[in-house]
Each structure stands twice: as C-alpha cells, then as structure tokens.
Ligand binder design. Sequence first.
Ligand SMILES: Cc1cc2nc3c(=O)[nH]c(=O)nc-3n(C[C@H](O)[C@H](O)[C@H](O)COP(=O)(O)OP(=O)(O)OC[C@H]3O[C@@H](n4cnc5c(N)ncnc54)[C@H](O)[C@@H]3O)c2cc1C
Length: 251
Amino acid sequence: MGADLVEQFATRVATGLEHHLQDTVDLVERTPQRHFKLHLHEGHSIEARAVIMATGVRAQRLFVDGESEFFLRGLSYSAISHAPLFAGRDVAIIAGGDRAVAAARILAPLANHIYYIIARPQRIGDLEAAEETLSDPKISVFRGWEMQQVVGDAFVTGIDLVGISGEVRHVPVDGVFVQFGLLPNNGAVRNLVQLDADGHIIVDENCATSTPGLFAAGDVTTVCAEQFVVSLGEGAKAALAAWRYLAEPGA
Ligand SMILES: Cc1cc2nc3c(=O)[nH]c(=O)nc-3n(C[C@H](O)[C@H](O)[C@H](O)COP(=O)(O)OP(=O)(O)OC[C@H]3O[C@@H](n4cnc5c(N)ncnc54)[C@H](O)[C@@H]3O)c2cc1C
C-alpha cells in the first residue's frame, strides 16, 4: 500500500539524518560568506552551505461547493495522474489555459465524452493547436459558463454551471478535472533564483539553479512532470550535485 511505502521511506530517511526539523522555511537568504540562512516559521534560523528546494506545487482551486467533498472521489487536479480511472466515462474539464488543453489531449482517447468549461480564459501558447484539440467531436466546449457546484453521492455524479445571464445548467459527469495552472511553492527563494513565466525554478540538468549552492528538484522546478518517480529521480540528482558542490574548494 502507498501509505506503507511512504512510512518505510520516512523511516529510512530519518535514520540517516543528523537533524530532522519539521518546520516551514519562510525565507532563504544569502549570507556575506556566500552561505545560506534559512528563516524557519517557528522563529529560529539555520545556516547551510548548500540548499535543495523540493517544495512542490499546489493546485489552484475553484472554491465551489462540493470541491473539497469530492476531491479524489471523482474530482482531480491532475489529468496526467488520474485520466486512466475515467476510461469510457463522461468527464468535465474546468479552466481555459494550456494545462486544460493538455488535459483534453490526455483524456480524449480514454473518456466517453468531455465537457470543456471555460469561465475564465487563461494564457494559451499555441491557439491553433488548442482549437484543433477542442474540435474533437468527443469534446463539447462551454464558453462563458462558470462552475457553481459539484454534486454527487458517494462519488461525483454531475456539475451545476451558471451562464453569464444567470441561467443554471446541470451536466451529468463521472469525473471533474480542475485544470488551472499549478502554483510552484517558490516563495522562500523567489528573490534568489531565476523563475520561468509560471513560477517554476529554472534548473539545469544537474538541478542547479542560477545561484551557486542552491539546488532544486521535483515539481517546483522547470522539470515538473507531476509524477512521483520523476521527482524522486530529480531529488537523487540534486543530492549528488549538492554533494559534489560541497566537495569543491571554497564552497
Ligand atoms: C491528489 C494527487 C494525486 C497524485 N497522484 C499521482 C499519481 O497517481 N502518480 C504520480 O506519479 N504522481 C501523482 N501525483 C503527483 C505527485 O504527488 C507529485 O508529482 C510529487 O509528489 C512531487 O514531488 P515533490 O517532492 O516535487 O513535491 P511534493 O511531494 O509536493 O512535496 C513538497 C513538500 O514540500 C513541503 N513544502 C512546501 N513549501 C515548503 C516550505 N516553504 N518549507 C518547508 N516545506 C515546504 C510541502 O508541504 C510538501 O511536503 C499526485 C498529486 C496529487 C496532488
């Protein structure tokens, strides 16, 4: 079971660590000696010669009725992770940017029918390719409709939409994919490293950021793949890179 595996990982990691602090890093600063000072939420700070940021992302939520209730009971924030669960089913995709178009591409070969709901249009890189994806007869596009609530019993059974003139419409679906952009948890180092347009920390192939000694791994970086196994591998790469950095003279 996943939970058992996580517990085994946690035990293994904890036994190899000299210090294990459970706290939130509010800010990472560069010291005059070119080390790092980490300000922890509980009030104290620690100094380090190298830092690896592996703080992940958080999904943008809709904040509508039923969203929390049906999370992982038909409602998902990640098509790449959960699309296969909806093979042959009717699903809704909520949002209107690149991430939603990518979700439509992932779901189109699997789902029975897709309702694509755009209330708030977002930035789209390749509009022509997006329109081509959405012209699939399996996809019904609802422009100008806003999600009002997710409804269901044990699992999602549908969504209620509200139109610009206030009319309400119920759409029966088995799954809801809320696909706004992801928000990388970059706050602690935002002023220290280069970020891409979406806020991911830019890293090279060795997980190095634009600041020497500061490494980053996983979904918070430009490598973001929303897959455990990718983040695990990136974490291992970052650890090796940090270890090599610390072995350099003067680090
Ligand atoms: C509901 C859900 C289902 C998923 N299902 C799958 C799946 O089936 N298969 C799959 O491969 N992937 C799945 N994913 C994606 C997978 O969880 C992520 O890709 C992976 O966990 C990313 O790992 P990470 O280490 O980069 O970040 P995370 O696992 O997100 O870890 C980041 C950690 O950093 C902590 N943190 C953040 N900011 C700070 C701070 N300032 N100070 C201290 N700590 C901080 C966070 O609390 C968190 O514990 C799913 C994700 C979600 C949300």
